[in-house]
Ligand binder design. Sequence first.
Ligand code: FAD
Ligand code: NAP
Length: 456
Amino acid sequence: MKLMLKNARKFSTANIPKVCIVGAGPAGFYAAQQLLKKNDILKVDILEKLPLPFGLVRFGVAPDHPEVKNVINTFHKTATNPRLQFVGNVFVGKDVSVEKLQEMYNAVLLTYGAEEDKILGIPGENLKNVISGRRFVGWYNGVPADKHLEINLDAEDVTIFGQGNVAIDIARILLTPVDILKKTDITSYSLEKLSKSKVRRVNVIGRRGPLQAAFTIAELREMTKLDGCCVQWRPQDFNGVDKVLPTLARPRKRLTELMLKSLGESKINAEGVKEFRPIFFRGPCEILGSGSVAGLKLLINKLEGEDITKQWAVSTGQFEELPCDLLFRSIGYKSVKIDEFIPFDDQRGRVSNSGGKVKDNLYAAGWVATGPTGVILTTMTNAMQVGELISKGLATADTKPGFSELKQILNQKNIPIVSYSQWEKIDRVEKNRGEKLGKPREKIVDISEMLDIALQ
Ligand code: FAD
Ligand code: NAP
């Protein structure tokens, strides 16, 4: 109450500070939550290129991890705050420039995530059935642009380059019985294709060793417990690991203990059981095949460097070949420059910023600012810090038109906008369709259908 009065005195209605957030993923919502908490009168508009909110919580988080999506309840509370407006179907950089937004708002916060992926840069990367892991995730999760991904699952031997949690998600979706997946919000067209999949073995390849693996313990444990699937480690990858175990920091130690335990339990595979096969010390060298991928030429690596967990891979100059009918590249995401005007670090694939400040009244948070690493909790911490930084910078806010001017620009361009309550119409339709199929929701993947439902 005290804070409210203090703020009310500082800002007359004319100069209510107006903040524009670009991107309605976790970073956007958590930053908005913090801004609304720190200042009792400011208004926030969240612009989102799609007609619906939540970013990677809807389009990245695996369908068989519904509990992770509970964060949506928190975002819903923020979205229904009368001082927040969700403005869907506005593609910033195309429909309106960031520079223009900076003129119209007291502060602009970029939270538009990382929507491209890093490439390997090796021969054969353009062969058929060499698939971007990011697009595969988009395909099973209903990203409109990924619906028509060309993928042939008549493939017994699959390899994933990269050993992060995205690689584990991809392996798990390929190896999980379809009867389990069909109860999730996975898209129907991907379920249909997965039900006919011939995938038997999934190699998950790391260029470094078990002590540097990027996946985390909960995700690995899940793989060790997957129905109809066994984990096949290569014992030679673990030479000397038990000796360094006592020196490791706790999370790494626990992960390594789980790998060693699982290695000890590796059994001869039974008929019909699928295989999850982590392979260490192998670098991508060449993708073999004519037309479609048929095999891989791998570099045999060794490690260099003093600090064990930070050692890097160097090639021994020796090679190895591996059969492969389907290859996923899952070596990390990267951000794009949505507007000429944004200072951008091409090498790191993120907006250049210092602790969230980009320049003038422009800020960045979440993956677009930190790079594409970290879980929702990490993103939340970062976004809240940047939200606080912005609120401090708004102490003496000039009068800005905010949404009233933005609306005119969008009207002139005939761009229909989708409000939060209009998104809720889409949400209801998806849930109704899902109920009929025994799943939490059947995602709508076509943007024009989303708009039809939202705007009717
Ligand atoms: P995003 O979530 O990507 O949100 C960015 C938003 O900006 C999107 O809505 C996008 O449509 C919008 N946008 C993009 N361009 C524009 C534009 N030009 N104009 C307007 N809007 C735009 N973390 C966990 O804790 N648990 C998990 O199980 C988990 N699973 C994951 C699975 C995958 C496949 C991936 C990739 C990540 C996963 N994460 C998980 C990490 C988590 O998703 C991220 O930490 C978090 O989503 C990053 O939030 P963000 O807001 O920075 O980006
Ligand atoms: P990531 O965790 O950074 O993993 C990337 C992997 O690719 C690493 O194994 C890395 O190896 C490898 N790699 C990078 N460049 C390579 C190259 N040129 N050649 C060969 N290998 C290369 O990225 P991610 O899997 O995309 O995940 C992004 C973030 O989302 C992570 O923080 C992750 O935890 C999070 N996420 C969480 C969940 C969950 O909580 N369930 C699910 C999905 C994603 P090096 O280590 O050697 O570089």
